[in-house]
Design a protein around this ligand. Structure first.
Ligand code: COA
Length: 399
């Protein structure tokens, strides 16, 4: 029995900053971002958007395309995030209500930096293996924020991916062998009292590639596929140039001949969406998968994909999946393109204004002006409670 990803959709904020508008503020050439980091734009959340609204927007098309009986078989929702909105309550429970999911389900939030979505995927596969009649909704949702003016600022972004994990999946069957690597390193973290992450950028690049080496070597020790048996590689993409660096590194570690054209073909389609979205932490690698499936000119049916998921701190996992015959009929490529093209460009001054509001801590009434055109919004914070609502855009998105 094959197990894997049956359906996949992503969402992002409906505004973006073009990095050509950030470069002069940092006093650098725009090529530093477009070439050096491999980023063109970054999505910017409005004050009424957060990981809950992004997650619900990503999952909405999946949920709407299920029959009532199929919906009842979604008995688990796993939400991965490292930019959570509560220390106790899972963001997934808000999403569960916004999507009208059945009460007969379990919902939890998972955390280990950008890696947590992969732990959710593996746990989902284990649950489906135990009962193939059940489906698991995995959602990865994050808002990547660094201090204004810091070197991390051009690598911000936000986004969410929703994946339905089932038996006999229509998109990608995940293979059982994984390579794993965990080590305690302080390359990126966010203490509970901070709203932005603390990052040692240079160390994080080294920690990423060390983790890739460790996970790859473990994959080989566990009997996983050889480098030459993998057709395309999807890496975690804090900025897309990191995937290019990672692929060059892995090619070296695997002892494979370096052919620039072949190496480019193995990753190029995975980078297209993230160049425009920026970092979405847990969602980033799976947006890379959407990018590959949506853009590949050739039919990928039967192709084996290698995935490297990395979460600072750090945990890395290398695993593989095989693209299923007929997958193209189940892609959401047109909706993904529309989502990115419909975003509004903000100026640098507007970007600063949009990210300025901080969450009130006084327990009072704090309505938030309607701003996003997304299907769900944060309507306010009242008595320490976050109040979410569905917008008219939800009905339009479904129609
Ligand atoms: N044209 C083309 N490329 C240029 C350039 C120009 N005018 N100016 C600089 N560059 C290149 C640099 O050579 C470098 O490329 P290289 O690493 O291949 O040598 C790249 O642009 C970045 O320049 P650098 O000076 O290293 O950038 P930085 O010190 O401002 O910070 C990060 C880069 C990634 C460390 C920083 O953005 C960061 O901390 N990001 C968040 C952390 C993160 O995402 N970590 C990833 C692990 S999950």
């Amino acid at each position: 029995m094959q197990l894997g990803i049956d359906d996949l959709a992503f969402a992002t904020a409906d505004r973006y900053l073009d990095l050509a508008d950030l470069a002069p503020v940092h006093g650098v050439e725009v090529a530093k971002y477009t070439v050096g980091l491999g980023q063109d734009r970054m999505s910017v959340c409005a004050p009424d958007e957060d990981v809950v609204t992004l997650a619900a927007a990503a999952a909405l098309p999946l949920v709407e395309s299920l029959s009532e009986a199929e919906l009842a078989s979604v008995r688990t929702v796993l939400l991965a995030t490292e930019s959570g909105i509560d220390q106790s309550k899972s963001a997934g429970v808000y999403v569960h209500r916004l999507l009208g999911l059945p009460a007969a389900s379990r919902v939890v939030e998972l955390k280990q930096a950008c890696y947590a979505g992969t732990s959710a995927l593996q746990m989902a596969l284990a649950l489906v293996a135990r009962n193939p009649e059940q489906k698991v909704l995995v959602i990865c949702s994050d808002v990547a924020r660094y201090d204004v003016g810091s070197s991390g600022e051009p690598t911000q972004g936000c986004g969410a991916v929703a994946m339905l994990i089932t038996a006999d999946p229509r998109l990608v069957a995940i293979e059982p062998v994984s390579g794993l690597h965990t080590t305690d390193v302080m390359d990126f973290w966010r203490p509970n009292y901070r709203t932005t992450a603390v990052v040692d950028g240079r160390l994080s690049l080294r920690a990423y590639t060390d983790s890739l080496t460790g996970a790859w070597q473990d994959l080989q020790a566990q009997g996983g596929p050889a480098f030459g048996d993998i057709d395309a590689f999807v890496y975690h993409q804090p900025f897309t140039k990191m995937a290019v660096k990672a692929h060059a590194h892995l090619t070296r570690v695997a002892g494979t001949a370096r052919d620039a054209e072949v190496m480019d073909a193995q990753i190029a389609d995975t980078l297209r969406y993230n160049r425009e979205i920026g970092n979405s932490y847990t969602a980033s690698m799976y947006i890379g998968l959407a990018s590959l499936l949506d853009h590949a000119a050739a039919d990928l049916a039967g192709a084996r994909i290698g995935f490297f998921s990395y979460g600072s701190g750090s945990v890395g996992e290398f695993f593989t999946g095989v693209v299923q015959p007929g997958y193209r009929e189940h892609l959401r490529a047109a909706a993904h393109r529309r989502l990115l093209d419909d975003r509004q460009r903000v100026s640098h001054a507007e970007y600063l204004e949009v990210i300025a509001p901080v969450n009130p801590v006084d327990g009072g009434e704090h309505p938030i002006e309607a701003s996003t055109r997304s299907p769900f919004r944060l309507a306010g914070i009242s008595g320490h409670q976050r109040v979410y609502e569905r917008t008219a855009a939800a009905d339009a998105a479904v129609a």
